[in-house]
Design a binder for this molecule. Structure first.
Ligand code: ADP
Length: 606
């Protein structure tokens, strides 16, 4: 009983998915969907209309052979032949129209779905991109979206068309005899059952193969992506990954093959029953002609109907099987679309202070990444007075970047609060909060756009031709890099597009710094901002740093203690806690872990 109920629930959910798929198709291209539906009906009925004309032609010829006025009958038959030809022409016309309509509709639907996916991708919590638990969903939704709905449309068209045809065939057969119509339906049942059963198995198999498929895809990426090309060649590990890829693909193929071959065997048995039934009916039809119950033309029509009915049924079942398999995609796609963000907007937002007066505070902040046991941050208490430059120092994994992620609400603390002038940042609209933050993370983006755009993206609210783009470039030293480029600020950076120019990592970093300076925010956060700059450039940036961030509050994360030294206050983090804090002199005098680290680093430079 229990399994029956879950099965039933599953079926209902599947049905709802289909309803939603239909409404997606409708929303993305209502006009084209209407035309397409009309063509479906045309293509479903016209072949049978042409069959009907065949019947009339045969009947007319039969009459004509025994008629005194053969000429008149011949002319009548000619008209019928023209009509039949017209029908066949209409079939060809609607097929051509269909291919145009379906292609256009598929492209529109696919773009619409991608747009939905893009909107959701930027709206989804950042956690979604960092948590392996969600990765399958994201992978499926993003990889399958462009073609899955198109497949669904094709299947729906197939189902629609063949259903219409089958109804007409059924009507035709019923007009001959209800018993025959019922018999043919019953003999079709085994095929239906077999197909559904096997599409269920395929569906289950598809669910289970995702992990394997993703792994194969990973090896494919290692072999083909430009980021990996260097190391793959140097270590000569390409053949190893090719092997791994092939092994996984072979396993997948042999699994698929075993399902298909079993399905085909059972299918053959089921179809044999169908064939026996059809030929029995043929005997019945032939007998009816001899008994004079139906005409020769009727016989032609019923023969045709039976034959076509078989192929309609088979195509219909294929359509259903395809749809059933596509449900897997729909489930994950809707899961993705229906995600509710954990990072919530305030119900009664308070404006962010135009000038933060007292500063930023972390009060007893604790944070644990979802699904993790240990806390990434623990008991964090710190206050940054407006205009101060503070530094966060600590080993890899000590929690520095996590602290910044909390500040810009990519995550919310699991305990404690972060405030601007005593107001919890939860009270600010997320966009308003982020407007006041200019953050360059370690893995900042290399935008393959013009140099000008690369800086302008820091603040797209101001016009792109603004003078201050150049001013920002000057601040970070990017102006020298850009002046050397062929087209100056209009040069496309990166090698992605035609005449793009690639930069060195240090040069990219200068561009990213310029972007950070360009943003008119009250707080600037730089995560390892100068790690790739040569010592001279670094020195220049930091000599002017105070001037550059004048009036702003700055947070710098750095391993280079020469950089850290100039901060007003330094927080030394270890295992997610603040172990020591003070200015450079105080921490050296304290002679703790910071002082030790400083000693080790100074030795290298002696
Ligand atoms: P740091 O910036 O000091 O190098 P992080 O703040 O990046 O350190 O990381 C702090 C701790 O949180 C580390 O133990 C790290 O493994 C863990 N961590 C970082 N990002 C994630 C994540 N997305 N999911 C789970 N754990 C994470």
């Amino acid at each position: 009983m229990h399994t029956f109920e879950t099965e039933l629930k599953k079926k209902i959910i599947n049905f709802l998915h289909l309803k939603r798929a239909l409404s997606l198709v409708w929303q993305s291209a209502p006009g084209w969907t209407l035309i397409s539906s009309f063509l479906v009906v045309m293509q479903g009925t016209l072949p049978l209309v042409s069959l009907y004309f065949m019947k009339l032609i045969v009947d007319s010829v039969t009459v004509g052979m025994n008629s005194a006025n053969q000429k008149a009958v011949f002319e009548h038959t000619l008209v019928l032949i023209f009509l039949a030809a017209g029908t066949v022409f209409l079939i060809a016309l609607s097929r051509s129209a269909s291919s145009v309509v379906n292609e256009t509709q598929a492209a529109l639907v696919s773009d619409y779905v991608l747009d939905l996916l893009h909107a959701k991708s930027i709206e989804a919590d950042f956690e979604y991109y960092e948590n392996p638990k969600y990765y399958d969903t994201l992978y499926r939704a993003q990889n399958d979206a462009p073609f899955r709905l198109t497949r669904i449309i094709n299947n729906l068209v197939q189902i629609g068309q063949n259903s219409v045809s089958l109804i007409v065939v059924f009507g035709l057969l019923a007009s001959l005899s209800w018993v025959v119509a019922a018999a043919i339906t019953i003999t079709a049942l085994p095929i239906v059952i077999v197909r559904l059963k096997y599409s269920n198995r395929t569906y289950q198999w598809q669910l289970s193969r995702t992990a394997k498929e993703r792994k194969a895809w990973y090896f494919h990426l290692l072999l083909t992506d430009s980021r990996h090309a260097k190391e793959i060649r140097l270590l000569d590990i390409g053949p190893l990954f090719r092997n791994r890829y092939n092994t996984i693909r072979k396993e997948l193929i042999s699994e698929r093959l075993s399902i298909i071959s079993r399905q085909s065997t059972v299918d053959l048995v089921a179809q044999t029953t169908g064939v026996i039934a059809i030929f029995s009916i043929l005997i019945f039809i032939t007998q009816s002609v001899f008994q004079g119950n139906i005409t020769l033309g009727d016989m032609v029509m019923y023969f045709g109907a039976l034959q076509q009915g078989q192929s309609f049924l088979s195509a219909l079942l294929n359509g259903f099987t395809g749809l059933y398999e596509d449900n897997l995609f729909l489930t994950t796609f809707y899961e993705f679309l229906d995600l509710k963000p954990n990072i919530k907007e305030p119900t009664n937002p308070i404006p962010v202070p135009k000038t933060i007066k007292e500063g930023i505070s972390f009060e007893n902040v604790e944070f644990c990444y979802p699904g993790k046991e240990t806390r990434a941050l623990n008991n964090i208490n710190l206050h940054i007075t407006t205009g101060q430059v503070i530094a966060l120092v600590g080993e890899n994994g000590s929690g520095k970047t996590t602290l910044i992620k909390l500040l810009c609400r990519l995550y919310d603390p699991t305990y404690g609060r972060i405030t601007f002038d005593g107001v919890d940042i939860h009270n600010f609209k997320i966009l308003d909060l982020r407007k006041e933050l200019s953050i360059i993370f370690q893995d900042y983006i290399h935008y393959y756009l013009t140099a000008r755009e690369n800086i302008w993206l820091g603040n797209i609210d101001v016009p792109i031709d603004a003078d201050n783009i150049m001013r920002a470039a000057k601040c970070s030293g990017a102006n020298l890099v850009i002046d050397r480029l062929d087209n100056g600020y209009e040069t496309i950076l990166g090698k992605w597009f035609g005449d793009g120019t690639d930069l060195s990592i240090g040069e990219w970093q200068k561009i990213a710094l310029a972007r950070a300076f360009f943003r008119e925010s009250q707080i600037i956060v730089l995560d390892e901002p100068t790690s790739s700059l040569d010592p001279k450039s670094e020195d220049e940036v930091f000599k002017r740093f105070r001037q550059l961030v004048a009036g702003k509050t700055a947070i710098i994360i750095s391993h280079r203690l020469s950089t850290v030294k100039m901060a007003d206050h330094i927080y030394f983090l270890k295992n997610g806690e603040i172990l020591e804090n003070g200015n450079h002199e105080e921490l050296i005098a304290f002679d703790g872990e910071y002082a030790q680290l400083f000693k080790i680093q100074s030795q290298h430079y002696k």
